[in-house]
Ligand binder design. Structure first.
Ligand code: ASP
Length: 345
């Protein structure tokens, strides 16, 4: 344990609603608060925590691109080298694509041994009833004191594993939910962390690896989807496609059958992974003929990974190898708790 006088955390700001202001010329919100202005919104009294500030982007997270994930991971690497005695990192971020960025950082920075905490707000911190100050303070608490050694999302008093979170509410303060089995903790009078989380371990040697292939596509299946779309995606130079199927990973096999397109995409060297449109439960391509057909032409299963986590993972895996056996093997490894049913080491 560290003495309370000695607690250093780093806040990296990237934009989002939490940092937004109303722009009267566009009559809409856009990121605008500096890191200092954001911190001014917090109640005083954290004198025992030193917050090292980094303003990285001023982005609405709808504008975040895979290269921003890479830059964020690099920024964390640099800060960690500069200040090795950090207790944790907080990233303020827009909620729209927070799950993608947080999942990307999870894969790109493994064995950090300390919390990397993403947070944001549904209402700008410049508004008196904003959830931003509370979420930011909660994130600081987890970064400084939480017995946690993984990347998470702290929001509305809940602590979620980065790779197993979905944005599920647009208006409520409770923007995020964990997929099965549950969140990894809650914030009450104490920080309550469940046994399913990875614990803090300052002796670990962090592994930074932000290689990525940004040519991975996410395709949602719907009744009537024209199967020719798969060929177009491959022709556009994509190397991987996550097909978000129905239920346990089912796709049309009769009228507008997708299976021929899947086979063709795979024959052209593209990797196809089937995820589910459902937030809970897991893909099992062996149950129905409409799932088995996809498996038989070579589609991989995302198991119970979210489509967001599967997209980021395939992009990260393809940043390392395009050798088919190795891609399949890496997609099955549970690197950072992105799959719920395999124990984290
Ligand atoms: N559009 C905003 C963003 O993702 C929404 C938010 O932060 O809640 O940047």
């Amino acid at each position: 344990m560290v003495s309370e006088e000695n607690i250093k955390i780093c806040l990296i700001t990237t934009g989002g609603t939490i940092s937004s202001i109303y722009d009267s010329s566009t009559q809409a919100l856009r990121p605008g608060l500096s890191v200092e202005e954001l911190l001014e919104r917090l109640p005083k009294g954290m004198s025992n925590i030193e917050v090292i500030k980094r303003e990285l982007f001023q982005l609405d997270s709808a504008n975040a691109q895979p290269h921003h994930w890479q830059e964020l991971a690099s920024a964390i690497k640099d800060i960690n080298e500069e200040i090795p005695d950090l207790q944790g990192i907080v990233v303020s971020h827009g909620t729209d694509t927070m799950t993608y960025s947080a999942a990307a950082v999870s894969f790109m920075i493994q064995d950090f041994g300390r919390p990397i905490v993403f947070t944001g707000a549904q209402i700008p911190a410049s508004v008196p009833w904003s959830d931003g100050p509370r979420n930011l303070l909660d994130a600081f608490r987890v970064a400084a004191f939480g017995d946690l050694g993984e990347t998470c999302i702290v929001f509305n008093g809940e602590i979620h594993r980065a790779t197993r979170t979905k944005k599920v509410r647009v208006n409520s303060y409770d923007a995020f939910d964990s997929m099965d089995p549950s969140s990894i903790g809650i914030l009450a009078r104490d920080i309550i962390l469940y046994d399913n989380r990875k614990k803090r371990d300052h002796s670990l040697l962090p592994r930074f690896d932000n290689r990525l292939d940004d040519h991975v596509f996410l395709l949602k299946v719907f009744p009537g989807l024209p199967p020719q779309i798969l060929g177009r995606i491959v022709d556009m130079g994509y190397h991987g496609i996550i097909i978000e199927g129905f239920g346990s990973g089912n796709v049309p096999t009769d009228e507008n059958a997708l299976t021929g397109g899947i086979l063709q995409a795979i024959d052209q060297g593209c990797f196809v992974v089937v995820s589910s449109q459902c937030a809970f439960g897991q893909v099992d391509l062996s149950i129905y003929e409409v799932g088995r057909a996809a498996m038989e032409v070579g589609a991989m299963s995302a198991y119970d990974m979210s489509s967001e986590a599967a997209l980021v993972k395939l992009a990260w895996v393809l940043g390392h190898t395009s050798e088919p056996d190795r891609v399949q093997e890496m997609m099955r490894i549970n690197y950072v708790g992105e799959m719920s049913y395999i124990e984290l080491t």
